[in-house]
Each structure stands twice: as C-alpha cells, then as structure tokens.
Design a protein. Structure first.
Lengths: 168, 543
C-alpha cells in the first residue's frame, strides 16, 4: 500500500490551501484515493498554514506523519527550516528559491509556479494539472496561472525525483 | 444523481449535500470553526439556510421547524453546544416530528478555539443518540441516517465531527435523495411538547426507554463495522481515530463505532471476547474506555498524556506500545496577527496608551492580546466581556475600576452582549462603565459571515438591520457614540478617555469595516443602492 505524502506550508494569504486543492483535484481526477487536510481558522491573519495531501490506492489517516513526507513544498523562505521535520530522508524539498524574484508577473501566483515545479517530479499528465487549474480557479485567473505553472515546470526541470514511489 | 459519481468533498460539504438529499426544510446555526462552511455550502447548493444570532436561538428555531413536521439541520462548534444546551436537554424529552440533526464540530488540539471540550459527553448528559463519522463518505451517509433515526424515534440526534473530519477532503459517492415522506403540518400534542413537570416526569422515563430501544437496534444498525484482522490485537475506535488506528496497526482487528451512543454493548462484548488484547483508541477524554470498564469489559485505555490535543498515526502507535516518553514538540509556526490595515489595531493602540484594564471577548480582536498591543486582560467565552468588566468595576478600588473597559465585537455583541447591557443598566457600578463595541460589519474571525447587525442574511441578501445605537439607548445606556477609529483616531481616543472619566454608563462603537470584508460590502451596498434607485426613481418626490 504505497501512499504519496505531500506537505505544503506557508503563511496565511499565500494560497497554500488553494495549491493543495489543485494538487488534490489533479490526483483525484487520475482515479486515486485522495485525502487532504488542513487546519483552517485564523489563516487570514498571516499565521503559519500547513496542509497535508495524501494520495494512493488506499489512504487512511488524512494527516501526514512527521518525517514521512515524500514532498515538502514551502511557499515562504522563513518557513523552510521550521517545516523540514516533515520530510522523509530522500524526500523532495521545493522552496521559493526555485522561482527567482521578478520571474513572475505577479508574486501571488507563486503557489501555482511551485506546483508547476513539483509537477515535474510527480506522475500526473500536464493536462490533468491544467484541468485542475480550470476547475479550481475563476476564469479570469486561468491565463496568469497557466503561465506561472509553465514557468514552474521550466525551472523545476532540474529537481530530482525521490526514490521510486510504488503504486502511483 | 448518478450513484457512481465520485466527489472530493470536505466533511462539511458532505453534510451539506446529505442535508439537501434529506430534504432539509431549514438549516440554522451560528458560525464557529470548524463548522461554519456547512450552512454556507448548503446555501450554495440551493438549501434554505440562515444564521441565527446565537446557537440557542438556532436550536429553538430548528425545534419549531421539527414541530411543524419539517426536517432541520442545526450547526455549531463545540462551545456553541454549551450555549444551546438549555433547549437541547429538554428537547430530548419531547416527541419531535420532523427529523432534527445537530452538528457539533469539536476542535481537539484547539486549532481555533478557547477550550478543548469533548462533546461526546453531551450525548450521555442530554440523553440523545450520537453518530461520529470517520471521513466525508460517512459524514454524508451518517447525516442521512441521522435524519431517519431522528424521525423514527422522534428524538434529536447529534452528529459529532472534529476538525479533521470537517475540513479534510476525502472521496464521497453520493446516493439518491431520500427526503422524508412528511409534509409540514401542525398537530397539537400538548403532553408531548409542553414540558411542565406533570408531562416531563413521564417524558424522562420515555426517553430512557427510547435509548434502550435504540441501543438494541444499534447491535444490527450497520453503522458500526468490524475490520477483520489478527486476533492478537483488537482496537475499538470512533471518528477520525478509526483512520489513524487502521494505519498505525494495519494487522489488528478493529471495531469502528459509528453510532457511538447508545453503545451496542453486545457487539462490543463479543468483540472484546474475540481478541487476546483489546485497546480503546479515542481522542479527548477517556469516555469509551470508562463506559466499557464500568460494564466489566477487559479493555485498555490510553495514558493520560494522550487526552490532550489531537491524535495522529504516530501517537496511536505510541498508545499501542504504551510509550509515555515525552513527545517531540511540533513545529511552532508564526502566530496569526491582526491584518495590516485592520481597524482593531488603532483600537488596541488606544487601549494600550490609556493603560486600560481590558475585559476582552472572542473574535479577531482577541489578537489584541499579543504584542505589540498586549491590551487584553481577560477572555473567557462569547459575551463575557461585559459581565466580567462589570464584576471588575464592582470590586476594584476606584482608581483601578475606572480603567476597566469591556471590548466586544459586533457579531459577539448580538450573540450574547445584550444581556450584559441589561445587567449594566440594572446594576451599574459606582464608577459607571464603558463598553466598546468594535463593529467591523462582519463576523471576521470565522471567515466573514453576516449577522443581524449587518442587515444582510446568510447569502448576503438585504434584510432588517439591528441598530446598535438605538438598542443601547432603548436599554437605558446614557452615552452612546459612534466613531471611526482609523479615520478619526484622535477623536476616538478622546471620547474613550472622557467616557472613562465619568461615573456614567457608556457605549462607544468603533465602526469601520474589516478590510477583508470591505470590497464585498461595497459591492453589495452599491447593488442595493442601484436597486433602490431603479425601484424608487419614478416614485421619488420632486423637491
Ligand atoms: C459559543 C461560541 N460560538 C461561536 C464561536 C466562534 N466565534 C468566536 S468569535 C466569533 C465572532 C467574531 O465576530 P465579531 O465579534 O464580529 O469579531 P471579529 O472577528 O469580526 O473581530 C465566533 C463566531 C465561539 N467561540 N463560541
Ligand atoms: S480579517 Fe478583518 S477583522 Fe480580522 S484581522 Fe483582518 S482586517 Fe481585522
């Protein structure tokens, strides 16, 4: 029973939850079982936010155990060290350092750019991601986010995959 | 709806969809994390939903719907049930007509709450059945089952969820709609619905008998499930703990309880007897463990340290191993803070400068307790600001009494501040008192819901607006002023200082919309204005 564990972390207002929605929607559309969990509440006040996304043939707990994340995506550099404990040895760390300042027209789409980078090391078709962007975001945001996603894919090309995750 | 449709829904969305499929005639509630999205989602998919001023009123409205033969949903967070407890405990004695399901959304770990109470206690104390889903599919299935159970035994049913059920998204395959066959109607039933002692005495016996019947039915209800496995370890769990336990001990035999009160004792006894070692995995208090131990069953509980906070897979592994060594601390992220540009900031800066003793309350403004403000001295429960402030004024020496200010949000004021004002007018302290309503035209804390003071209903349609100034004056408060604390910062502080110096009763309303709510408020106000204009222009008097 192989489950892929992803932890997304950042600050309230950075679109962490939106990114986890896009990832879950992509995985779910591929026929996998998906569980996504986060603690909402006071996130609009700029506090730390983490969300867990797990997918595979059978997923039980909605929470990623500490030290078992295959992927850790952090949207704010100050939050990287704090969250490193989630990552398993050999897991993939994706941070905003991947996307140089100024590369994005609007830094608000950093969340989707980092997903673009992550998409290079996850086994979903590019089209599935684009479909998820269309499904989860309002139409007027499609173009800018597709661009951000494409940029992320280019810049993420050098990421190396974690050791084979079976069953995905 | 095709039964093969796969949806990825939060537990809250699943409850909303099931309520639509159950034919709910009215959903009521009061916002509170993690329950808030249920009524919002229900309204979005076309269900009739409305916010009440507080949880007690919400439940009372729901009772009326049930008496009228309609199915009804009431949603609240765990502490909301404390507010609704008075009607709940007697509603259990009453033969309901339409199905009534109360959602209690608990917050173990206190992601966004003032306490960690375990509302499983309420099923036992109020004598009502309780269902506990373990994922969104069960949230959907159990909501429908809860309405049927409620109607069959004419009893309120609590669906207890927790943060990880409410907010986790998991797969749901919905079924066909299953509305009640009943149409709303009134049937007089005086002994059944009027709880004077003469009618309540037999009603108490009746409700105990109903619960015995439900307990027997629960043995075969299909709501509790055994996951077969190795007989050397048996686990009994409910709610989210089922998922953690199945992952932590994949080989164990597991009894997943769904209808967790009244318990299916025969089923549990057989289960315990079928395994070598049996352990109860439950989040929060040791309730299930205690109930089974009292019944004479040989089960293990969890060490006391696991009573606190949420469970997860690692903690369940530790419970099974009997590991009581200290746990590694979780990363402590950046705490939340008031948004830049939030008008609560100017308010707390002023309170801090004036060295006020602040009897605080619950909402975004509670963040005024953190640096750089540190301008809140008490926070207990919604509405407590006023009573607590009055108590301080009564007991403190004059110089200190004069510094006491009660600070309360607009939604909180409507929720439970009015009785505080009545107390203040009725029993005024010698130094008078100052109540500061921080009115940001929304219930910001829980994601910006409307309330009676905004003049808009749950789905942002215009409705009657409660006028705070008129209400406070009518209740007998002498000085009532409204100031924008951001635009007129100096004036705000001056008025506050002046009110504190007098031996009179004062209410100061700091009025400025929450910056996150302001764009929507402007849009709605503009649309209303245009509508009024279109309707009124032809008839407008010529000046
Ligand atoms: C009995 C109870 N119900 C609900 C809640 C959740 N809750 C906490 S504060 C609050 C209202 C906040 O609104 P408001 O008073 O207007 O302050 P704001 O957040 O807008 O500053 C709610 C709904 C609670 N803590 N207790
Ligand atoms: S959400 Fe609104 S009320 Fe809350 S901190 Fe931000 S601006 Fe202030």
């Amino acid at each position: 029973m192989a489950v892929t564990n992803v932890v997304l972390a950042g600050l309230g207002g950075q679109g962490v939850v939106k990114a986890s929605d896009l990832l879950s929607t992509t995985a779910f559309a591929g026929g996998l079982q998906v569980k996504k969990s986060e603690v909402h509440g006071m996130s609009q006040r700029g506090g730390s936010v983490t969300t867990d996304v797990r997918f595979g043939e059978q997923v039980l707990s909605p929470m990623v155990p500490m030290g078992e994340a295959d992927f850790l995506m952090v949207f704010e550099s100050s939050q990287v060290d704090l969250n490193l404990g989630w990552l398993r040895p050999g897991g993939v760390l994706i941070t905003p350092a991947l996307i140089p300042e100024g590369a994005l027209k609007n830094r608000k789409s950093l969340n989707v750019a980092l997903l673009g980078a992550a998409s290079m090391v996850m086994d979903f078709d590019e089209q599935a991601w684009i479909d998820a962007i269309h499904r989860c975001l309002p139409e007027k945001l499609h173009a800018v986010n597709e661009q951000a996603f494409a940029l992320g894919r280019r810049l993420g090309a050098e990421l190396s995959r974690p050791e084979v995750i079976e069953g995905v | 709806m095709a039964s093969t449709e796969r949806l990825l829904l939060s537990g809250n969305e699943a409850v909303a969809l099931a309520s639509l499929h159950a034919g709910v005639r009215l959903g009521t509630g009061y916002p509170g994390t993690p329950s808030t999205e249920i009524l919002e989602a229900f309204s979005l998919i076309g269900g009739p939903a409305q916010w009440s001023p507080n949880e007690k009123v919400a439940l009372e409205v729901a009772l009326g719907v049930s008496f009228g033969g309609g199915r009804t949903l009431v949603t609240m967070k765990h502490v909301g049930v404390n507010v609704a407890a008075d009607p709940l405990f007697t509603a259990a004695y009453i033969d309901l007509t339409g199905g009534l399901v109360l959602i209690s959304a608990d917050d173990p770990g206190m992601a966004s709450s003032q306490n960690e109470q375990d509302n499983r206690h309420y099923a036992r104390a109020a004598i009502v059945p309780m269902l506990e889903p373990a994922d969104s599919q069960q949230a959907y299935d159990f909501t429908l089952a809860a309405f049927e159970l409620s109607e069959r035994w004419r009893i309120p049913v609590i669906l207890r969820m927790t943060t990880r059920i409410c907010h986790a998204k998991t797969e749901v395959i919905p079924g066909e709609p299953r509305p009640s066959a009943m149409e709303p109607h009134f049937e007089r039933d005086i002994p059944g619905r009027v709880m004077i002692p003469a009618y309540a005495r037999p009603a108490h016996h009746k409700i105990r008998a109903k619960m015995e019947e439900i307990a027997r039915w629960n043995e075969e209800s299909g709501l509790n499930r055994i996951h077969p496995g190795d007989k050397s370890l048996g686990i009994i769990a409910s709610g989210i703990s089922v998922m953690h336990a199945r992952e932590a001990a994949p080989d164990a035999t597991l009894l997943a309880l769904g209808l967790t009160w009244p318990l299916p004792m025969q089923m549990i006894t057989d289960f315990v007897n079928s395994v070598d070692r049996c352990i109860v995995i439950e989040e929060g208090d040791h309730l299930l463990y205690e109930a089974l131990t009292v019944a004479g069953l040989k089960v293990e509980g969890k060490p006391e340290m696991y009573r606190f906070s949420e469970l997860n897979v690692s903690r369940v592994r530790r419970i099974i191993a009997g590991d009581v060594t200290p746990e590694a601390p979780r990363p402590r992220g950046k705490p939340p803070e008031l948004c830049q540009g939030c008008s609560h900031r100017e308010v707390f800066e002023a309170l801090s400068r004036l060295n006020c003793i602040v009897a605080g309350d619950i909402g975004c403004y509670t963040l005024g307790v953190l640096p750089p403000f540190e301008a809140m001295d008490t926070c207990v429960c919604m509405g407590a600001a006023i009573g607590v402030g009055l108590g301080l004024r009564h007991v403190l020496p004059e110089a200190e009494a004069r510094r006491v200010v009660s600070v309360i949000g607009d939604s909180t004021f409507v929720h439970s501040g009015l009785t505080g004002i009545a107390e203040m007018v009725y029993n005024p302290p010698p130094t008078g008192h100052v109540v500061l309503i921080v009115d940001n035209s929304t219930t910001a804390m829980t994601g910006r819901q409307e309330h009676p003071g905004t003049g808009r209903s749950l789905n942002h349609e215009p409705t009657n607006r409660m006028d705070f100034v008129a209400v406070c004056k009518a209740m007998g408060v002498k000085n009532v002023e409204v100031v924008d604390p951001q635009k007129d910062e100096a004036k705000f502080e001056e008025i506050l200082k002046d009110m504190m110096a007098r031996d009179e009763l004062s209410v100061l309303i700091a009025e400025r919309p929450c910056i996150l709510a302001a764009p929507l408020i402007r849009k709605l106000e503009k649309a209303e204005e245009e509508k009024r204009c279109a309707a009124g222009c032809a008839a407008a008097p010529v000046e």
